[in-house]
Design a protein around this ligand. Structure first.
Ligand code: T1G
Length: 699
């Protein structure tokens, strides 16, 4: 089937692209585009329209072709053909013209778009830069500052905003094809010129000297470890200082450097892994889903309120269930405050806030839940209480209602077995703050029905969450790995390091924050209370938590009361090292009979990351996660693992599993096998020179 069709109507040559699902610029599409435009040069058409079928204009280069041998014509060659056309080419845009798709439109002589359309250059989110003229044409059309902003943040802009920056010539209401055709007739009548971005030159004296340096400094902090943002700035500088063709050559050189970088490999891995994670092995993709037109949240605390907002934001009415009117008032106040913060930041209008609030109502009596399609329990982590609530829901809710728990580590089967309908029970583990964090762990019980899983996956997309399916185990995927990471951080601390050394090692690695700064942010009392509810066996060795307990017993709870592992300035909340903490560390080490020693940064980094990798391998071999990319998606979206490393399992693949395995074996010799027993899967893959990614594809 051709992906490009062509026909002439009223002197207009219509180039119609149809390459589902998103009209990506595959080799076939590039080839047929060049053939079609070349042939059109000699025909009777006076102008050409390029338009797409399906849900969107071209959404970019075909990312699945990256890393494979390039096949001509390259995208720059396609754009040269378009720009060199002897008759004007009009891009007619609907949906999203992204990346190479927008670069195709920029090489056209005119651009029109539906008012609902968006255009953007999101390459930076893949660790890349626009490699087909985007960094040269946007500054010429829209100005240098707009180009820097648009290309370094990668977010699409509306057609209206694009028009205001001369990136779009005409915004069309109603039918795009009709609008584009009348625009074409207008251009024929006025004998419109072959308008080319390359004919615009930028006067360097109009560009603030510090602009580029300031941007470099800002992005060095915001995008630590990534080369693409810095290379984008260099390309835009070239657009100011060099003629078009030299600027294009510079852009190509820096694009290839990005393409070959580990960070781009990692970020492209995450792009596909996020989409792959929504596919459930063994589940027919046409599994019918249940309607979810109304939701109830049990518990109007911080989590319950945040969860409720996700559904209200998606236009789904929510009943917030509390034990009394005070609870409802408190819960609605939390939600109102969260919305007010978004309005203040300009992310939401007052009108939108009012509409969302109108969708949320307070409820006390479970009898009012008789018609809801989904209930999410979000009370505190007490299994008996959750079982009591589910037994109650079993009586109050209609047949076919989905009963979900937001539990972060309780056994989903034990919750499900409190009902007569375990097939309708599932875990929907949101991350705090639930109205902000993108990650949603969907936890299947042993009896959870397929259509409940399929419905949960679809619902995750509707409420704009990044979803990953997890099996039922303590801590599911994310928190199970976090426990190992936190334990090794505590052991490195008591054995000889300091909070500041460990935190700086992990921040330099690219984590958003180090483990001790995170602990202070969350509040050390949370872990303390959780440990009180555990048996000695569940709590683990005392040396893995005695420092944390000692600090809490000294009323050092973290940021919330000004001191934890660090001191916090009461005004600015800036953290500073506190010698008192090291006194506590030394006292506890002595009490545990530990002789402290010097630590080098590498040992800290390897112990904290390799224990995560080893636990991830166990999660894979137990079938708790479907594939290694799923674990990466959890850790990048829920725990601040650096995107440019692709997640713990991608990071392990980039190091080579044999290196990881050998180091873990060395740690087993040094520290014993309690924490350093290599997983069977890791050993097998290491010794057969395979990667987690290859294993996941073969599964
Ligand atoms: N290439 C290949 N496949 C793609 C693709 C792409 N660019 N974009 C989407 N897909 C697949 C995706 O994997 C999924 O497949 C299906 O399409 C639906 O996607 C030279 C170098 C367009 C906003 O970064 O942002 O151009 O899972 O589930 O939620 O300068 O897809 O069904 O098998 O995301 O409606 C720049 C990436 C590329 C845009 C639609 N472009 N795509 O979202 O559907 S680099 C991008 C998106 C580039 C040039 C440079 C989104 C979307 P499957 P989906 P959606």
């Amino acid at each position: 089937m051709p992906v490009v069709n062509y026909q002439i109507e009223n002197n207009v040559g219509v180039i119609s692209i149809n390459n589902p699902p998103v009209n990506a610029l595959s080799h076939t599409l590039r080839t047929e585009l060049v053939e079609t435009i070349t042939n059109a040069q000699q025909d009777e058409s006076k102008i050409l329209i390029m338009i797409c079928q399906g849900r969107t204009f071209i959404a970019g280069a075909d990312i699945s072709e990256f890393g494979k041998p390039p096949q001509p014509p390259s995208l720059p060659d396609v754009l040269t053909t378009i720009e060199a056309s002897n008759k004007p080419v009009i891009a007619a845009i609907h949906g999203q013209a992204l990346g190479g798709g927008f670069e195709v439109a920029l090489a056209c002589h005119y651009r029109c778009a539906l008012s609902s359309a968006k255009v953007g250059l999101p390459e930076v989110k893949l660790g890349l830069l626009p490699g087909a003229g985007g960094t040269q044409r946007v500054p010429r059309l829209a100005g240098v500052e707009m180009a820097l902003d648009m290309i370094t943040n990668g977010n699409p802009i509306s057609a209206e905003k694009a028009q205001s920056y001369k990136l779009i010539d005409k915004v069309i209401e109603g039918d795009l094809f009709a609008g584009a055709n009348s625009y074409a007739q207008e251009l024929i009548e006025t004998k419109a010129e072959l308008k080319k971005a390359r004919d615009i030159s930028i006067d360097p004296t109009t560009v603030n000297n510090d602009l580029f340096a300031n941007y470099r400094e800002k992005l060095a902090k915001r995008a630590r470890g990534q080369i693409a943002p810095q290379n984008i700035i260099s390309c835009i500088e070239a657009a100011v200082m060099l003629p078009m063709d030299e600027g294009l050559a510079k852009e190509r050189e820096l694009f290839i450097e990005c393409m070959q970088s580990n960070s781009s490999t990692a970020m492209r891995h995450l792009f596909f892994a996020q989409r792959e994670a929504t596919k459930v092995k063994g589940l027919n993709k046409d599994t019918p889903v249940r309607d979810v037109k109304s939701v109830a949240i049990i518990g109007g605390g911080t989590m319950g309120g945040g969860i409720a907002m996700n559904f209200a934001n998606a236009g789904i009415p929510v009943k917030l269930v509390e034990i009394n009117n005070e609870g409802i008032t408190r819960g609605l106040a939390i939600i109102e405050k969260n919305y007010s913060v978004s309005v203040k930041k300009g992310k939401l209008s007052e009108k939108q806030k009012t509409h969302c609030m109108s969708l949320i109502s307070g409820v006390i009596d479970y009898q009012e839940l008789a018609d809801v399609d989904l209930v999410i329990e979000a009370v505190f982590e007490n299994l008996a209480l959750k079982q009591e609530i589910f037994a109650e829901l079993d009586k109050s809710c209609k047949a076919g209602a989905i009963l979900a728990s937001n539990t972060s580590y309780q056994d989903i089967d034990k919750i499900a077995n409190a009902t007569q309908r375990p097939q309708d029970v599932i875990g929907l583990h949101f991350f705090s703050p639930a109205n902000i964090m993108k990650l949603l762990e969907i936890v299947r019980g042993s009896k959870t029905a397929d259509d409940v899983i399929a419905t949960s996956m679809k619902l995750a997309k509707i409420i704009n969450k990044v979803s990953v399916l997890s099996g039922n185990c303590y801590g599911f995927i994310g928190n199970r790995i976090l426990r190992q990471y936190a334990r090794e951080a505590q052991l490195c601390l008591i054995e000889g390091s300091s909070p500041q050394q460990i935190d700086s090692v992990m921040q330099n690695f690219g984590m958003a924050m180090g483990p001790f700064a995170v602990g202070d942010l969350a509040g050390l009392d949370i872990g303390y209370k959780a440990r009180q509810g555990l048996s000695d066996e569940q709590r683990g060795e005392e040396k893995t938590y005695c420092i944390a307990d000692a600090l809490v017993e000294m009323d050092r709870l973290g940021q919330k009361n000004g001191a934890g592992y660090y001191q916090y300035d009461p005004q600015t909340r800036a953290r500073s090292n506190d010698p008192l903490v090291m006194d506590v560390v030394e006292q506890q080490a002595k009490a545990q009979g530990i002789k402290r020693r010097q630590f080098d940064d590498d040992e800290i980094l390897n112990r904290l990351t390799f224990t995560m990798i080893n636990e991830g391998a166990k999660i894979l071999e137990e079938g708790i996660a479907q594939r290694s990319g799923d674990i990466d998606i959890v850790y990048v979206n829920g725990y601040g693992f650096p995107v440019f490393r692709g997640g713990p399992m991608q990071y392990a693949d980039s190091l080579g599993l044999k290196n990881v395995y050998d180091t873990i074996c060395q740690y087993r010799e040094q520290y014993g096998e309690q924490y350093w027993q290599a997983s069977v899967l890791l050993k097998d893959l290491a010794l057969s020179n395979k990667t987690f990614s290859e294993w996941s594809k073969d599964k």
